[in-house]
Design a protein around this ligand. Structure first.
Ligand SMILES: [Zn+2]
Ligand SMILES: [Zn+2]
Length: 103
């Protein structure tokens, strides 16, 4: 019974873009493999957004030793900045940042 409670706060989810089972750590708001996110928050962590659209990673910013992914919702075009996590797929991150400079 206790483990159930524990799992709930960890917020595991399945990525709807690539199907990866993501084990949440309380900060995870995007898939570490394909970097897609989901439009679930109005304010970070509140899960109050009714949109639930998939959020495409459109840009990578590099600021004070941290990579920031810019996500854009495919449904409502809302954009949001998210810090990357150490488990994120660095290849995918590099590909994304290469793409934005090629345009
Ligand atoms: Zn994914
Ligand atoms: Zn949205």
């Amino acid at each position: 019974m206790q483990s159930k409670k524990f799992l709930k706060t960890k917020e595991n989810f399945t990525c709807e873009q690539c199907g990866l089972s993501v084990v949440g750590d309380g900060y995870t708001n995007h898939c570490p493999q394909c970097l897609w996110s989901k439009h679930v928050d109005i304010h970070p962590g509140d899960r109050k957004a009714s949109c639930k659209g998939m959020m495409r990673p459109v840009q990578v910013e590099y600021k004070s030793n941290t990579y920031i992914i810019v996500h854009r919702c495919v449904l409502c075009k809302h954009t949001k900045r998210n810090k990357t996590s150490p488990v994120d797929n660095f290849e995918a991150l590099l590909q994304l940042s290469a793409k934005q400079y090629k345009k």
